[in-house]
Design a binder for this molecule. Structure first.
Ligand code: TXD
Length: 312
């Protein structure tokens, strides 16, 4: 492989990301974690699976960032996962330390890498990683929007019986309960969702989407979602390495887009070999603008809390 992706945090999300990525055969992979033996064991197990599916990918596990040397992409999914009853913001204190250290360490060995951040609270941790690494906004995005939109697509498919391939949903805003599922822009094979489903069904889907992360946490009890987040990262990495110019919802550093600045927020971004190429702006009505503002306020508050905490 000519490309290399390193995943910091070889827990449920990190190792599942490696699994999806290995199947795509787009890059050699490195798993890094603080737990001794764990990333090595998972990497070796995955390496031993690849002959069965005929994929020539090198998978390495390590506790040392030296193994990540020369990575094209660094995925940060190290941290503590949400437990039932724990808000994303509760995670802030613990995860801020982990994310800033991970960013600084990864940059020592891959000074030109692009970053995809997952650790929660997502928009805040992406902001922290960007500031810690002094990265231009092109080089860092947070994963949230593909996941939230995929959840909504899954719920629409379950309700309508239509193939997921026909269902296009767009969820913007912060990766929290105030996220904004754009029902006016979402559609089934081009037919607006609002025409396809009665209002009460659509409202229920919007609510379930917003609480989608919590629904899984409550079921699992000992962790949070990982299959869907991991495949979302895979789609982002693939768009970058293949220079696809794919437009996907993701958390990006806004500089005036949607009237917002100096924060990470879920917006439609175009991803190519150089990372974030462009942020697109949907035309929004008053209600949608109001919902985005509410969501932005929640993210700004979380960033403010972190800045205070870390005296940034
Ligand atoms: O869509 C999204 N943005 C998310 C975010 C979807 C899924 C998970 N999301 C967040 O990622 C979640 O809220 C957590 O903040 C992280 C990791 O979630 P995961 O479910 O993978 O948690 P695990 O299984 O506990 O794995 C975390 C690993 C674990 O193996 C720790 O030992 C490791 O992180 N860890 C570290 N690795 C490297 N370096 C440091 N400092 C470190 N600290 C912990």
């Amino acid at each position: 492989m000519t490309s290399k992706i390193s995943i910091v945090g070889a827990g449920m999300t990190g190792s599942t990301t490696a699994h999806w990525l290995a199947e795509r055969e787009i890059a050699d992979l490195v798993l890094v974690d603080v737990i001794e033996g764990m990333p090595q064991g998972k990497a070796l197990d995955l390496q031993e699976a690849l002959p069965v599916i005929g994929k020539d990918v090198a998978v390495v596990g390590s506790n040392d960032y030296a193994a990540t040397k020369g990575s094209d992409i660094i995925v940060i999914t190290a941290g503590v996962a949400r437990k039932p009853g724990m808000s994303r913001e509760d995670l802030l204190t613990i995860n801020a330390k982990i994310v800033s250290e991970a960013t600084a360490n990864a940059l020592k060995y891959s000074p030109d890498a692009l970053f995809i951040v997952l650790t929660n609270p997502l928009d805040t941790m992406a902001y922290l990683a960007m500031k810690t690494g002094k990265l231009p906004r092109e080089r860092i995005v947070g994963q949230a929007g593909i996941l939230d939109s995929a959840r909504m697509r899954a719920f629409v498919a379950m309700e309508t019986g239509v193939s997921v391939e026909n269902i296009n949903c767009y969820v913007l805003g912060g990766h929290g309960d105030e996220m904004v599922p754009l029902t006016r822009h979402s559609n089934v094979a081009g037919i607006p969702l609002r025409e396809f489903l009665p209002a009460e069904k659509l409202d229920a889907i919007v609510t379930r989407t917003r609480k989608g992360g919590g629904e899984i946490v409550n079921l699992l009890k000992t962790g949070s979602a990982y299959y869907a987040p991991a495949v979302a990262v895979t789609q982002m990495a693939e768009s970058i390495l293949k220079d696809k110019h794919l437009i996907i919802p993701a958390s990006a550093y806004v500089q005036g887009e949607y009237g917002l600045s100096d924060m990470f927020f879920g917006v439609p971004v175009q991803l190519g070999r150089n990372g974030l190429e462009k942020i697109y702006e949907y035309s929004l009505d008053t209600e949608e603008k109001g919902a985005l503002e509410k969501s932005a306020a929640a993210v700004k508050e979380s960033i403010g809390v972190m800045k205070n905490l870390l005296k940034m």
